[in-house]
Design a protein around this ligand. Structure first.
Ligand code: SF4
Length: 375
């Protein structure tokens, strides 16, 4: 089983990108003194930047898409906030000429694959993904050569080049269905998320799945120990798992392995996660995913209380995108993300198969007691 060398946070996360310095925890505070409009409070500065961005977006006929894990003030200026699949769908159906993609590089690539005639911009090229960078096309080709006849299933957190080498893409929501749709006697190469791979192998009962040993650096903060601690501190809280990204697939795997008590657990899509608190009798919720989604949960459910499974579960790559960078992206129409046509055509085939096999339907496995209100 190949083991990928895992990049540390701060190393180059994707081709042509380097995560230089992380933004200061409250970068707007540090820019206050340098603004040419005098001394502004943080709120005034955020509002001013958001106003400028909205004006620029209108002038350029641009739509701003933001992932749930982005900074709160970036989510607030976006036209649409969602998960990577939802953002791809928005990118594909928008009438705008320009898409400012506030997410990470592979997501912007997916938007470019699905919307080849639009200008897709990534405000900071350092917005990579530690999971996607654990495998490249050359490594995947070499792995395929070792297993002729095997079918490749790639998690959506991969580069366009890796998708182009894959037979199917999958999300954490439809990975089991995708694998079950492949004839039982066909060998499967599953990449790059080893936790999702282990979970899929267990749930499908198949032995002929080989798993690439990639992982997301954020998941380390959301381990069963932290989860048990938070659940003992908040015994009445409902426990929400959002397996959208590599950061929480390890929780799925721990649950299917029996390391996490499934009592009171809800496995939900992004929209299900946002809507669940309103229909639940619980007043408190423990949330196992990257902490960025807490902003939207709190904003849309102000009467309920939300606790992160671990406050430190934060994706630095998502946080490199700041309001000044979004503004500059619109002013200069930078950094344009393009995918060569032959790669885009092959990647599109794998993505479209993903969408066809339940990509827009409930997560699987769906716990018996769970109805995802987002579906
Ligand atoms: S949370 Fe992990 S898998 Fe998701 S974008 Fe960040 S590094 Fe990648």
């Amino acid at each position: 089983m190949p083991r990928a060398a895992l990049p540390r946070q701060g190393t180059a996360p994707c081709a042509g990108a380097a995560l230089t310095e992380h933004p200061a925890p409250d970068y707007l505070q540090t820019t206050m003194a340098t603004t040419d409009t005098g001394i502004l409070s943080r709120e005034e500065l955020v509002a001013q930047l958001q106003g400028e961005i909205k004006t620029l977006a209108r002038e350029k006929n641009a739509v701003i898409l933001a992932h749930n894990y982005e900074r709160a003030e970036v989510q607030d200026v976006a036209d649409y906030v969602g998960d990577s699949l939802g953002l791809s769908r928005e990118a594909a159906k928008t009438d705008a000429d320009v898409i400012v993609f506030c997410g990470v590089h592979f997501m912007a690539e997916t938007a470019a694959v699905l919307s080849p005639n639009k200008t897709v911009l990534l405000p900071d090229l350092a917005a990579g993904c530690s999971l996607a960078s654990t495998i490249d096309a050359e490594q995947l080709r070499a792995w395929k050569a070792e297993h002729p006849g095997a079918v490749v299933v790639s998690y959506v957190n991969t580069t366009a080049e890796v998708k182009a080498e894959s037979d199917y893409c999958c999300t954490s929501g439809n990975a089991v269905e995708v694998v079950n749709s492949i004839p039982a006697d066909t060998e499967i190469l599953f990449c790059p998320d080893m936790f999702l791979g282990a979970h899929v192998k267990r749930m499908s009962g198949r032995q002929n799945i080989r798993i690439w040993m990639g992982e997301c650096h954020v998941h380390a903060g959301i381990d069963p120990e932290n989860i048990r601690l938070q659940r003992s501190l908040h015994p009445e809280a409902e426990f929400l798992i959002h397996p959208e990204c590599g950061c929480s697939t390890s929780v799925l795997e721990a649950m299917s392995a029996g390391d996490i008590d499934p009592e009171g657990v809800q496995i939900l899509s992004t929209e299900g996660m946002i809507k669940r608190p309103a229909i639940s009798a619980a007043t408190e919720f423990i949330v196992a995913t990257e902490v960025g989604i807490l902003h939207r949960l709190r904003r849309e459910n102000p009467a309920k209380r939300f606790v992160a499974a671990n406050e430190r579960a934060s994706c630095a790559y998502m946080k490199v995108t700041t309001l000044p960078k979004v503004k500059r992206a619109l002013q200069r129409l930078e950094h344009r993300i393009t995918v060569p046509e032959d790669i885009a055509n092959r990647a599109r085939r794998a993505i479209e198969r993903m969408i066809a096999i339940g990509g827009q339907h409930p997560l699987s496995p769906v716990p018996e007691t769970t109805i995802d209100p987002g579906e």
